[in-house]
Design a protein around this ligand. Structure first.
Ligand SMILES: Cc1ncc(COP(=O)(O)O)c(C=O)c1O
Length: 340
């Protein structure tokens, strides 16, 4: 079976497992785990921030960041396709007590004008617009990598209006590899930013969030409160470190394989996809026949073509490339889907 369901399907390689088995460990909750500390230093440096914290998941990064930044009744501006709005169980409302407003915009992005128009003037009647969230890459827009100027301009508009800028960088390193913009250049556009290790970097678990030393101290209190503090977490941090040290440049292969997948599909009249819009490792495509059902089609690709892809809308499917499926197999998967 060729599994293109998600880059979260990656399993730790033998070399990563060895690094994990041999990791030096200590009590992470007390700041005594040398591997976790090395990982946090590396991430802070990579993202150009004062400090970083290791957390069990990207969702926990987003939710804790929003709890630190927002008070109940505050408003978060985010794109309508964003993960925090659609896939975190309403966490920003349930946990931070914030209202989320969906911004419109092509390909998971919005403009500075859109941010300015959405920011509410101070009023006793309105929620206080507190924070702008930027997702880079924009997952459900098809792994879109924000051009640096675009993200700089929305960030400047947000900062002019005194908004905090938070970046969901679950796949930021796919964007870095695709655009040549450094993680620190992207990081400079946000006050707080995190990256995931359990996706394209191939680690089994974990994410790390960076920001000012004061922010990270506040994050630690929430981490403690909600049970995210860990003990000998160096075992898992070693997988993350291994991924950062060995698996970043190879993300370019995943990005290229996704484009070739899209090119094969684009050669068939049965699919609607423009390969030029595939920036990174996610391909979102439509069935041209609007009476066809994406969930049924994805069940058939698994049963009859041995290819696993996800249905993400009534006529829309998603394929995600990653290190456990080589580029030839990605192409084969596309060819089998076209035949089906
Ligand atoms: C854009 C984006 N943000 C956040 C997350 C959540 O990350 P995690 O699965 O590590 O909780 C994901 C996961 O797919 C994602 O795609």
């Amino acid at each position: 079976m060729i599994d293109l369901y998600s880059d979260t399907q990656t399993r730790p390689s033998d070399a990563m497992r060895r690094a994990m088995a041999n990791a030096e460990v200590g009590d992470e909750q007390r700041g005594e785990d040398p591997t976790v500390n090395a990982l946090c230093d590396k991430v802070a440096d990579l993202l150009g921030k004062e400090a970083a914290v290791f957390l069990p998941s990207g969702t926990m990064c987003n939710e804790i960041a929003l709890m630190v930044h927002c008070r109940p009744g505050d408003e978060i501006l985010c794109h309508g396709t964003s993960h925090i709005l659609n896939y975190e169980g309403g966490g920003p409302s349930a946990l931070a007590g914030a209202v989320m407003t969906a911004l419109p915009g092509d390909r998971g992005m919005f403009t500075a004008d859109t941010v300015r128009a959405a920011t509410r003037p101070a009023s006793r009647y309105a929620p206080k617009t507190r924070l702008l969230e930027i997702e880079n890459t924009a997952n459900m827009a098809g792994g879109v990598a924000w051009p640096l100027e675009a993200v700089q301009s929305v960030s400047a508009a947000a900062r002019e209006a005194d908004l905090i800028v938070h970046m969901d960088g679950a796949r930021l390193l796919n964007a870095v590899v695709a655009t040549g913009v450094s993680a620190a250049e992207y990081g400079a556009t946000a006050d707080t930013v995190w990256i995931d290790f359990s996706k394209g970097l191939g680690a089994p678990v974990g994410a790390a969030m960076a920001g000012s030393a004061d922010f990270i101290e506040a994050v630690w209190q929430w981490k403690q409160r909600i049970g995210g503090a860990m003990r000998q977490a160096g075992i898992i941090a070693a997988g993350a470190l291994y991924g950062l040290e060995n698996n970043v440049e190879r993300l370019a292969e995943d990005n290229a394989a996704a484009k070739s997948f899209a090119e094969v599909l684009a050669g068939s009249p049965n699919f609607s996809i423009d390969p030029a819009t595939v920036d990174t490792n996610i391909v979102i495509f439509d069935l041209a026949d609007k009476t066809a059902d994406a969930a049924k089609f994805s069940a058939r690709t698994l049963a009859e073509a041995d290819v696993r892809i996800g249905a993400v809308g009534p006529h829309t499917l998603r394929a995600v490339t990653h290190m456990d499926v080589d580029p030839n197999a990605v192409r084969t998967a596309a060819e089998r889907i076209v035949r089906l």
